[in-house]
Design a protein around this ligand. Structure first.
Ligand code: TXA
Ligand code: MG
Length: 318
């Protein structure tokens, strides 16, 4: 089956009452809308509508075996869609609203499109903190499936202009609420009875998860099947070769720095990993658009959110 590929004239609208109303109308009509969250901009559509979800896949050019994260506005909505264990309850109490996604068993009669789960018996749920995303869920009365609002495999968007550059003509409306605060996609976990499996590192670190749950945190999927295809080797990738752990720029390289050092663009002159996370994707976008043919990135400490930064950088370089 081929999905028709409409061409739109894409508009960026500042987030506010008017823009929100229009966005909710589009959602109710089964169309995707780009909307900010505290992590990255998402391409949101009604998670209960097969053709709306198919429109996300087609706008992104995303392989359809990749399941999507479903965003909810409150705990009640979350529990209509998935079954919460005591461990999941504890993590929700501590980290929601926020940058944590939990993979949980789908509740029978949830109404979720099977395209959103890619046919899995589980669903990835997140209750975001960003007012725009939460208002859009409320206003449209729908759980919203939302992957990052970029062409599949490309760098994730942390500003409305990034979305426009990647999806121009593929989406009608981009809600603009400035740069995102976290800058990296949410942490994804599968809570189990006696441990937490970390499927994608993100702003909520392994240490925070362990502290909140009292359980060990193990890294990665238990099965060979790709449980978080955000973990496909090449992902978050600029169009240029990327060299990691660079201390200085070689010929034709655009150097992204960290801490005090000569470079083209510094993620955090104060060597603050949180600030570096917020600036990472914007820096990769700038480097990708620069005249240099290659990109180099300084070493980033592998601690706190630095673990997630290094995860994204390895994929950018793969
Ligand atoms: O911060 C974020 O999480 C952003 C914003 C927009 O919320 N969203 C995002 O979504 O990164 P996306 O679709 O790019 O990433 C979805 C990830 C993929 O790695 C996917 O494989 C995983 O979630 N996932 C979704 N459903 C899953 C499931 N049932 N089991 C395991 N992994 C799942
Ligand atoms: Mg993505």
């Amino acid at each position: 089956m081929t999905i028709p590929n409409p061409v739109y004239s894409t508009r960026i609208c500042r987030y506010g009452t008017e823009a929100l109303r229009e966005a909710a109308l589009l959602i109710r009509a089964g169309e995707p809308v780009a909307v900010p969250t505290e992590t990255v901009y998402g391409l949101a559509a009604d998670a209960t509508d097969d053709s709306a979800v198919a429109a996300i896949y087609s706008a992104k050019g995303r392989p359809s075996f990749n399941p999507l994260i479903v965003h909810v506005a409150d705990q009640e909505m979350a529990e209509r869609l998935a079954v919460f264990s005591p461990v999941a309850d504890r993590l929700a109490a501590r980290f929601w609203p926020g940058a944590l996604t939990m993979v949980l068993p789908v509740r029978e009669g949830s109404g979720l499109s099977s395209l959103v789960t890619a046919g899995l018996p589980t669903v990835a749920l997140r209750l975001p903190a960003h007012p725009a995303m939460r208002a859009l869920i409320r206003e449209s009365h729908r759980p919203l499936a939302a992957p990052s609002a970029n062409r599949s495999g490309a760098i994730s968007p942390t500003r409305a202009e990034h979305v426009l550059a990647s999806l121009n003509g593929k989406v009608r409306l981009i809600l603009d609420e400035g740069p995102t605060s976290e800058g990296l996609e949410s942490t994804i976990v599968a809570p189990e009875e006696d441990r937490i499996r970390l499927l994608r590192p993100g702003p909520v670190t392994a240490a925070m998860l362990k502290d909140a749950s009292g359980l060990p945190v193990v890294v990665g999927a238990e099965k060979a099947r790709i449980e978080a295809p955000g973990q496909l080797e090449s992902h978050y990738a600029p169009s240029k070769p990327v060299r990691l752990n660079a201390l200085r720029a070689e010929k034709d390289e655009y150097l992204i720095g960290f801490g005090l050092m000569p470079c083209n663009l510094n993620l955090s002159p104060d060597a603050d990993v949180q600030e570096a996370a917020a600036n990472l994707f914007a820096a990769l976008h700038v480097a990708d658009a620069s005249a240099a043919s290659h990109i180099a990135v300084a070493p980033i400490p592998d601690e706190g959110i630095g673990v997630a930064i290094n995860d994204r950088l390895r994929r950018a370089a793969a």
